[in-house]
Design a protein around this ligand. Structure first.
Ligand code: CTP
Length: 482
């Protein structure tokens, strides 16, 4: 599904709320005798027809005073005006709009820091220090030129040409603020734009400077790339420019094809990207997209060549699942719930395939229902996305097999209700019945009951489970059985 972006012609009718905001800021600026402009993402996204709820205003003068005055000019309530004196910015929320004010400034950078020294400057100097031409478009709020579009660096033409370009020399733009290398690739991915050739060259050259950027900011951009309609665009650029090698080397290890005796294997990097795109076409869940990105991450470590079988990656799902916590920690992604979810999907991503063979027992199906629990739908979606064969016959056959697995899963679930299931006998019941304190034995009995139900040895009900518990306890010579 391609993104269709139409470039609107200015003036674009602002909606009612935006008109009220513009008038309030214009009024406050006129009273203060300062010049103010709407700038950056708001103008860019309005021209592209994308929804936007954040407005940045640049002020040639005291932006903090302008923010306070503008807030007072708006009807109804605004949030408190938050002031960041050090950065010369102020921010408040009105209705569902987030409104930011920044003083027009020039910046000078030190080689080892992303935080520049800033000084007030003219609008032109402010525009020149910005990242991309498409972000330098501004709307005037002066009475004499109200609503006019200012385009100092042919940003409008770049929007038309779908091109990411920097207003200044890209080497300087990226050296000043290396996060912009990630932003360039992220915008190219989100908007389906291309990177001007000199940007690709500059990113490749300046890539090592990404190391002065905080991990949180890098990961924020990675998440935005992953949430785009076609995330592969971004990951390919990260790979080609050498950034990926620095920020996520485990993914780079997936790339390439090795040949022995004329036998090769698929390139797992490009396969992974295809799987991510396939998932993205069907789901907006960020963590499911992460699971797709990491599903084969254990392949490089498990790759073997066998003269009979060719290339194998035995156990890559287990090794991959074990790598997930380390990758989450390295990328400063949230641990706990999202990490456990991704780990589980990586670990289970081959299981539905193993259920496509003939004579699959109910117990194998029950086990997957139990282990996948609420995440079964996501797991099935990941498995279907994992089919990247170019042979339409094969794709058809695999999908038919998965349809059968889904049917079996549904049948067994309806019969046995295993998803989100808790065994009918709790640890407390076991302790009370045998007068046991909390100990390993209680866990052993509980596990034995759960396994017997999953294997179909006994029914999923209290009576059979109780009887089985007594039998197990007797075998384990637990006290107080009789
Ligand atoms: N900017 C920049 N360099 C950065 C970050 C931002 O020059 N590293 C400038 C750009 O002109 C940008 C503006 O500051 O348009 C506002 O930044 P931000 O809100 O982060 O970006 P948006 O362009 O609004 O887009 P998004 O919200 O998607 O990040």
């Amino acid at each position: 599904m391609a993104v269709t972006i139409q470039i609107k012609h200015w003036p674009i009718p602002l909606n009612e709320q935006e008109r009220i905001i513009f008038q309030a800021v214009a009024h406050a600026a006129a009273k203060m005798g300062v010049k103010a402009y709407a700038i950056g993402g708001f103008v860019r996204d309005k021209l592209l027809g994308r929804p936007v709820k954040e407005i940045d205003f640049v002020c040639v003068g005291d932006s903090i005073a302008l923010a306070r005055a503008a807030a007072k000019c708006l009807p109804g309530k605004t949030s408190l005006v938050q002031v960041f004196k050090r950065f010369g910015t102020a921010h408040f929320v009105w209705q569902d709009y987030s409104i930011e004010f920044v003083t027009a400034r020039r910046e000078s950078y030190h080689p080892d820091s992303r935080n520049p020294d800033v000084e007030p400057a003219s609008l032109e100097e402010d525009l020149l220090r910005r990242d991309f031409t498409i972000n330098t478009l501004a709307i005037s709020l002066q009475e004499s030129s109200f609503d006019q579009l200012l385009d100092a660096f042919e940003g409008l033409e770049d929007l038309r040409q779908k091109r990411i370009r920097t207003p200044a020399d890209p080497i300087i733009t990226f050296r000043d603020d290396p996060l912009r290398m990630m932003r360039a690739i992220r915008f190219a991915t989100q908007l389906h734009f291309h990177l001007a050739p000199e940007l690709v060259e500059a990113i490749s050259q300046e890539a090592p400077r990404i190391q002065i950027v905080s991990q949180e900011r890098i990961t924020d951009e990675l998440n935005k790339i992953l949430m785009a309609q076609k995330p592969s665009i971004g990951f390919e650029w990260l790979f080609k420019t050498g950034l990926l090698q620095l920020i996520f080397p485990q993914m780079v290890a997936l790339a390439g094809v090795e040949m022995i005796d004329g036998k090769g294997h698929k390139d797992n990097f490009y396969h992974t990207l295809q799987v991510v795109d396939n998932v993205a076409a069907r789901s907006d869940k960020l963590w499911l997209r992460w699971a797709a990105l990491l599903h084969d991450i254990g392949k490089p470590a498990t790759k073997r060549f066998d003269p009979q079988q060719g290339w194998t990656f035995h156990g890559h799902e287990v090794v991959g699942a074990r790598m997930v916590p380390k990758i989450f920690a390295q990328l400063k992604l949230p641990t706990h719930q999202p990490m456990e979810y991704v780990k589980k999907l990586v670990l289970l991503h081959l299981r539905p395939i193993s259920l496509t063979k003939e004579n699959i027992t109910d117990s194998a199906i029950r086990r997957l229902l139990f282990e996948a629990g609420d995440d079964l739908e996501d797991l099935m979606l990941l498995c279907e996305a994992d089919i990247t064969s170019r042979n339409p016959q094969k794709v058809k056959r695999y999908l038919q097999n998965f349809a059968l697995v889904r049917k079996r899963l549904q049948e067994v679930e309806e019969k046995d209700r295993i998803r989100n299931w808790q065994p009918p006998i709790t640890g407390e019941m076991i302790m009370e019945r045998f007068k046991l304190p909390p100990c390993k034995l209680v866990g052993d009995i509980k596990n034995a009951i759960r396994e017997a139900i999953l294997d179909g040895k006994i029914g999923n009900n209290f009576e059979e489970a109780w009887e089985y518990m007594i039998q197990v306890a007797r075998e384990l010579q637990v006290p107080n059985v009789d």
